[in-house]
Design a protein around this ligand. Structure first.
Ligand code: ATP
Ligand code: MG
Length: 243
């Protein structure tokens, strides 16, 4: 049992969720390694949401609110780290939840769908994906005909650079949550939120609640000018200053 008073409680709790997720068959062994890379960057951020992430979150909320068919892509790590929050995010933005896995097995898909449903999801896409995303070879190319296949905005986390590129090539806007501002995903996405998924999703929910009082038409016409490359440079500066 992990004592709440432990100075690294939050971090250890996340690890615990992932190892439990692995034992339950939701998370891939490789997912644990990917999380380790993320943790290293989180340490450099001081395990706090940087200012640049807040700007990216604001821009993401605007983009999601003006989207016609937004989809939230779920994998074996995000499904165990913050399932309830992902379901709430999908409800707030009227977005579909779609399972998309690199190490795809029917069993893993089944377990993840069950987790999402237990956390309130009414419908889960990507269980039997029939469409294929051009430009990638991995299992991640499989997309739901009614989900990512026809999405205009896709929200991803712990994503592969090649799929991010393929989504962009398919004329979709991509919002990526990635602790590593140097990853291919971070550099390729339309908007990159350099933050831990467990902090970023609740902040995105809050931002949407604030923005919902603003006229959506204004959002659509005014599409704020968010410069992702500049924001990524600023997040690196924030890391360096913090050090
Ligand atoms: P890319 O394919 O984009 O070049 P990569 O190959 O370095 O990235 P992957 O293993 O494909 O990395 O995906 C893991 C990514 O997710 C890493 O960039 C890592 O920093 C990030 N990551 C891991 N855990 C979290 C988390 N909890 N929140 C946000 N991002 C995370
Ligand atoms: Mg990768």
């Amino acid at each position: 049992m992990l004592p709440k008073s432990h100075p690294r409680y939050d971090s250890l709790r996340q690890r615990e969720r992932l190892t439990e997720g692995y034992k339950a068959g939701a998370t891939a062994l490789e997912g644990l390694i990917a999380f380790g890379r993320g943790e290293a960057f989180d340490y450099l951020l001081g395990e706090r949401t940087p200012q640049t992430a807040l700007s990216a979150i604001e821009a993401s909320a605007e983009l999601l609110l003006s989207a016609k068919n937004p989809v939230i892509s779920v994998n074996g790590n995000t499904a165990v780290l913050c399932p309830r929050e992902l379901v709430e995010l999908s409800e707030i933005f009227g977005a579909k939840l779609e399972i998309n896995l690199f190490y795809r097995t029917e069993e893993r898909v089944r377990v993840i769908a069950k987790i999402l449903k237990e956390n309130g999801a009414k419908q889960v896409y990507g269980v039997e994906p029939e469409a294929l995303l051009k430009g990638i070879e991995s299992e991640r190319r499989r997309v739901d005909r009614e989900g990512i296949n026809r999405a205009d905005v896709v929200f991803v986390a712990l994503e592969d650079g090649d799929r991010t590129q393929a989504l962009i090539d398919a004329d979709k806007k991509v919002i990526a949550v990635d602790l590593n501002p140097l990853s291919r995903t971070a550099k390729t996405a339309t908007i990159t939120i350099v933050d831990n998924i467990v902090r970023a999703v609740p902040l995105l929910i809050d931002a949407s609640k604030r923005l919902k009082t603003v006229d959506i038409k204004k959002l659509e016409s005014g599409q704020t000018t968010f410069d992702n490359q500049q924001n990524l440079k600023n997040s690196l500066k924030e890391i360096i200053t913090g050090l």
